[in-house]
Design a protein around this ligand. Structure first.
Ligand code: C5P
Length: 231
């Protein structure tokens, strides 16, 4: 049976990865979290002092890009793939507010996008993939058979992220999480290279309006119809 490519884009903390994971599992497809890739490069930049200090040194980061190896390895227990940066599992380290603070600046660099988009295209070359991010339906897989674009108000999204961080034991306050969500929305939507925008042929979902179960069922049924059509 022929497989399809599913592209899920949208603002941060709209529940893209939850939906993408569920969908990949139900279809028996591979799930790829491209935000994790940008976050891992940001963690590398932080550890090397290229961001987070007085001034960013993005040209030093660009020079070292060939030294960054990213890999996803499937974790049987969790049921999804975790990201490895130069052989180290960094799945937890990349989810901190500190990484969130710098990730959009790192993701705006053309060379970074070039490297990661190339890797993403390779991962999806055989189809049978559900990929989530900001530019999947517009740049990475403009020919994806199914494109979803997710939105919700900044407050709804910040609240979700705030709870996640608290549950992990991070000492954060709601205002700084909300500010980070708004800042990332702005940088991601206004950057020069592949800004976040809805692909013309994407289905739009307002996450604040619809329950997770209903969202999943609608997208899953939609995917089944698309698959049926091409086979
Ligand atoms: O999805 P997540 O919130 O983890 O993504 C972190 C950041 O990575 C985004 O705010 C955005 O700056 C960047 N990103 C991107 N393109 C993607 C995925 C993520 O620019 N395809």
């Amino acid at each position: 049976m022929k497989k399809i490519t599913v592209a899920i884009d949208g603002f941060s903390s709209t529940g893209k990865s939850t939906l993408a994971k569920q969908l990949a599992k139900a279809l028996g497809y591979v799930y790829v979290d491209t935000g994790a890739m940008y976050r891992a490069v940001t963690l590398f930049a932080l550890r090397n002092g290229f961001v987070g200090g007085e001034q960013n040194n993005m040209s030093a980061l660009v020079k070292l890009l060939p030294k960054i190896r990213l890999k996803f390895k499937f974790n049987q227990e969790l049921g999804y793939a975790e990201i490895y940066l130069n052989g180290e599992n960094v799945e937890n380290e990349i989810r901190t507010l500190e990484v969130s603070r710098y990730v959009s600046q790192v993701a705006a660099i053309e060379e970074v996008r070039f490297k990661l988009v190339d890797l993403q295209k390779q991962m999806g070359k055989d189809k049978g993939i559900v990929m989530d991010g900001r530019d999947i339906g517009t740049v990475v897989f403009p020919d994806a058979e199914l494109k979803v674009f997710m939105t919700a108000s900044p407050e709804v999204r910040a609240n979700r992220r705030y709870k996640e961080l608290l549950e992990k034991g991070d000492q954060v306050n709601f205002e700084e999480v909300l500010q980070n969500v708004k800042e990332r929305d702005y940088i991601d939507s206004n950057r020069e290279f592949s800004p976040l925008k809805k692909a013309q042929d994407a289905i739009e979902f307002d996450n604040g309006d619809m329950g997770r179960k209903e969202q999943f069922e609608r997208i899953y049924n939609y995917a089944l119809r698309v698959i049926e059509k091409i086979n």
